[in-house]
Design a protein around this ligand. Structure first.
Ligand code: DGL
Length: 259
């Protein structure tokens, strides 16, 4: 079973930022990535619609014989992972905004969170926020429009820069010293964010933690693929594959698939 692939899905190409961390930590693992770009963004959709999409992606990965599924999407995790865990018989790894480390490390007692509407309005997010950040100022900001621009490859466009500057403004006024990226598309904005933020503000995301957790759970279930054979890393997109390829490079197999 350990040779079966790890399945990873996101509303689009953002979860490749998580795939990169997993591939770095677990280079011998076979992986299958699903970019559900045709349905992006998930963020403005309701819990039920997000759960339906998460089910569709999960069932496709299970048909492809995945041994474990990484929900590489904060929006799908915060809205649907409970349902997925209760329904399917494989381990699931989810991703949530890294509020806890930011709340523990802040010196200004103020942190910013940039995430989708679906994440910020979820019960799981409120619970985590209440648990770890109750004594500090949390400036929450919906990154409206960002995912669409990233999906279209407009990573360093003037439009995205204008939106980001607007979204960061209330955070800077509140003197945040940590910015939590609560959407897997946003690590691709790191160069622009670094340009727009003062040096005193540190950016954190959950990518490395997700990779470490994936390893821990594979070990726990005896599913780690330790044989250094040629691993297969396959990417499926139900939309244009060009932007996906520009993010992961040309040496991986990328296919268009209707799902
Ligand atoms: N990349 C996703 C996340 O982490 C979803 C973005 C979206 O589709 O709105 O939330």
């Amino acid at each position: 079973m350990s040779k079966q692939p790890i399945g990873i899905f996101d509303s689009g190409i953002g979860g490749t930022s998580i795939w990169k961390e997993i591939h770095k930590l677990l280079p011998y693992e076979n992986t299958i990535y699903l970019a559900d770009s045709i349905n992006a963004p998930y963020g403005p959709k309701g819990k039920e619609a997000i759960t339906k999409l998460a089910i569709k992606n999960t069932e496709l990965l299970l048909e492809k014989n995945c041994k474990l599924i990484v929900v590489a999407c904060n929006t799908a995790t915060t809205n649907a992972i409970r349902y997925l865990r209760n329904t399917y018989n494989v381990p699931f790894i989810g991703i949530e905004p890294a509020i806890k480390p930011a709340a523990l490390k802040t010196k200004t007692n103020a942190i910013g969170i940039l995430a989708t509407k679906g994440t910020l309005t979820s019960a799981l997010f409120s619970k985590t926020s209440d648990l770890f950040a109750s004594g500090i100022t949390v400036v929450e900001q919906i990154g409206e429009g960002l995912v669409e621009l990233i999906e279209n490859g407009k990573l360093e466009s003037p439009e995205i820069k204008t939106l980001l500057a607007e979204y960061l403004n209330p955070m800077l006024e509140a003197h945040i010293d940590y910015l939590v990226l609560g959407c897997t598309h946003y690590p691709y904005l790191a160069p622009l964010l670094t340009e727009l933020l003062p040096k005193s503000v540190k950016i954190i995301d959950s990518g490395e933690a997700v990779a470490r957790q994936t390893k821990t759970i594979l070990q726990k279930h005896n599913l780690l693929n330790v044989k250094p054979l040629n691993p297969s890393n396959v990417f499926f997109s139900n939309s244009n594959t060009n932007v996906l390829i520009s993010l992961i490079g040309t040496h991986f197999k990328v296919d268009h698939l209707k799902f």
